[in-house]
Design a protein around this ligand. Structure first.
Ligand code: UDP
Ligand code: MG
Length: 323
């Protein structure tokens, strides 16, 4: 029988986990596959882990990865992906915005021969402000990035083991999975779904984390920001050359130009100075973004640490440090 791994990161989701597992069990009960549910506990401080252990007693398909602290949504996925053993892997958020009932649709497409099946959100149950931000994010990303990322695509997807093999081999630390999934290629297909409301609680990803995510997406998939730096530098240089030629010529022939005055030029000098300073600082920031990412990559720090892998009732399988 083919094996399917389902990876779900959870962070302080005590109010959701039992409903989540319940719906997962129901959605997969009639499917002819062997399942493993890999729940990554991303440093929860509430009783999420406790609840999961409780459920695990009656369902040994549950494997819990307890991370050493809160490492963030993407890194929690990283941790889960490094532990999968299935022939296909499904990634889904743990707040039930991604309905487990889609699993059968994913698997059907997989059986049809697709290596990557990803869900497109037809509707999103978010605030108008958040929807607006997401829409700006994807529009910018689509315009500037070297690969095309569909507006409504997210983490919710199935990947064949051969895609996963390539994915976990990628050595970069700041992974933006949605982009990487497109980059890898293979036979891909999308399916639409209605994104549900979060089952309980507030989103666990702070605005700062989401901004971080957006920046990673921009800077790891596009050199356009850095190229703009070169272009604007060249543009400014060309303008300055042309302006100097005009100004020097005017100065040389000022006796022939009736309206020529030696203007004090204070305002224009200040304005030009501020304009250039603004451009310089902006683009130094952009350079900094790339350098920070290079630094992050070469520093080679772990992007998650698994404190414990918990399989079956309370049994601690191994204690490992992963990087
Ligand atoms: N999550 C996590 N670590 C974090 C933040 C979130 O593992 O630091 C989990 C969270 O429990 C949920 C999923 O990632 O299962 C998606 O998070 P959330 O719903 O907060 O994000 P959003 O829906 O706003 O993208
Ligand atoms: Mg959510």
């Amino acid at each position: 029988m083919k094996k399917v791994s389902i990876v779900i990161p959870v962070y302080n989701e005590e109010a959701i986990v039992s409903e989540l597992i319940g719906r997962l069990q129901k959605a997969t009960s009639a499917l002819p596959y062997q399942f493993e549910f890999i729940l990554v506990d991303d440093g929860s401080t509430d009783s999420t882990l406790c609840n999961l252990l409780q459920i695990q007693r009656s369902d040994s398909r549950l494997i819990i990865l307890k991370l050493s602290r809160n490492w963030g949504h993407q890194n929690a996925y990283n941790a889960g992906l490094d532990h999968v053993t299935g022939n296909a892997v499904i990634l889904m958020d743990g707040d039930l915005e991604d309905p487990p009932e889609m699993i059968s649709v994913f698997l059907q497409k997989w059986e049809e021969g697709f290596d990557v099946v990803y869900a497109l959100k037809e509707t999103r149950q978010e605030s108008i402000f958040k929807k607006f931000l997401f829409s700006i994010f994807y529009s910018i990303l689509q315009t500037i990035s070297d690969i095309s990322v569909e507006k409504q695509a997210g983490m919710f997807s199935l990947m064949d083991e051969k895609v996963i093999r390539e994915l976990i081999q990628l050595k970069e630390r700041n992974k933006y999975y949605v982009g990487l999934r497109y980059m890898l290629g293979f036979k891909q297909v999308s399916v639409s779904y209605n994104r549900e409301k979060r089952f309980a609680g507030k989103p666990r990803q702070s605005f700062r984390k989401l901004m971080n995510y957006a920046f990673n997406a921009f800077f790891s998939f596009s050199f356009l920001p850095i190229r703009l730096l070169t272009y604007s530098g060249m543009f400014i240089l060309a303008t300055i050359v042309i302006m100097s030629i005009i100004l020097v010529t005017m100065k040389l022939f000022k006796s022939y130009i009736p309206f020529y005055h030696d203007l004090p030029g204070w305002t224009s000098v200040i304005l030009a100075f501020l304009f250039l300073l603004g451009i310089q600082i902006t683009f130094m920031g952009i350079l900094g973004e790339y350098i920070a990412r290079i630094f992050d990559e070469v520093r080679n720090r772990p992007y998650y640490i698994v404190e414990k892998v918990l399989r079956n009732p309370g049994q601690i399988d191994k204690t490992i440090n992963e990087s």
